[in-house]
Design a protein around this ligand. Structure first.
Ligand code: SAH
Length: 251
């Protein structure tokens, strides 16, 4: 098994593959104004095993296309959708977020929690805009600085890992420059990282290591995750995920 397969194996057992929360998805839905509308077409991009997809399907009168490039994540989502009686509202699509095949101006909303960084925030918001109807909603969560200043070590770490990390006000400016009007912003609370993402992942480490005979590769993946968790616990006052809800303005 190569490294990517190991990472997939660790994460596919999780309810979510990044920080988030059902209440926070519902808050974003409330800010979007979609609740009052019917027959919506929505795409959930980089959906993973579909934590947000299931909330969207429960909360909205919508058909949702759940897109991810990893079939291993989409399979549990399919199973869960069937189990919850939501299969007729959720269509699974294996595709890359930088090569989406939706018709232009088809979608009422694009959702994407903890995933747009894979193509870069600026790239993503610009590339996805054409798939939204005028007035359509973009709701994305994205790594953001929570304060104007921060420790130099932390800044150096994230600038090396994800140079697009920026303050919320800067991300909002990027959205405005790309043809969106901002409807709302909130930072994800700490429990979205700790209780909903890191704690359940840590609880899977022992089984994961046993499944892979404590191989060096498996151990180094666990060590890298532990390092990320320690980094978050130390510096969570300064960085987190910002949830940005915006409306595509007419051309
Ligand atoms: N939205 C989910 C998953 C977040 S993790 C959640 O919040 O739990 C990021 C997701 O993006 C993963 O499922 C990963 O497979 C997916 N991803 C990464 N690069 C991608 C790409 N180029 N195209 C589509 N999905 C991608």
């Amino acid at each position: 098994m190569d490294n990517l397969d190991l990472i997939i194996d660790l994460h596919k057992g999780g309810h979510r593959q990044g920080p988030g929360g059902d209440d926070e998805t519902r808050l974003a839905i409330a800010l979007s104004g979609l609740k009052e509308k019917a027959n919506l077409s929505i795409a959930d991009i980089g959906c993973g095993t579909g934590a947000s997809t299931l909330v969207l399907a429960n909360e909205l009168n919508a058909r949702i296309t759940a897109v991810d490039f990893l079939p291993d994540f989409l399979e549990p989502l399919s199973a869960m959708a069937r189990e919850k009686g939501l299969a007729d509202r959720i269509t699974i699509q294996t595709a890359s977020m930088d090569a989406l095949t939706f018709q232009p101006a088809l979608l009422d909303a694009i959702w994407s929690e903890g995933a747009i960084y894979n193509m870069g925030f600026e790239n993503g918001i610009r590339a996805w805009r054409e798939f939204l109807k005028p007035g359509g909603i973009l709701a994305v969560s994205e790594l953001s600085w929570l304060t104007g200043e921060r420790p130099a070590d932390l800044e150096a770490h994230w600038m090396a890992q994800y140079p697009e990390v920026a303050t919320a006000s800067s991300k909002m400016g990027q959205l405005e420059a790309a043809g969106y009007a901002l409807l709302g912003y909130f930072p994800l609370p700490e429990h979205c990282w700790l209780d909903n993402y890191y704690d359940p992942m840590q609880a899977r480490f022992d089984d994961f290591l046993a499944r892979h005979d404590h191989s060096e590769d498996a151990k180094s993946i666990v060590a890298a995750e532990e390092k990320e968790i320690a980094l978050y616990k130390r510096w969570s006052a300064y960085f987190g995920y910002g949830y940005y809800i915006a409306r595509r303005i007419a051309d």
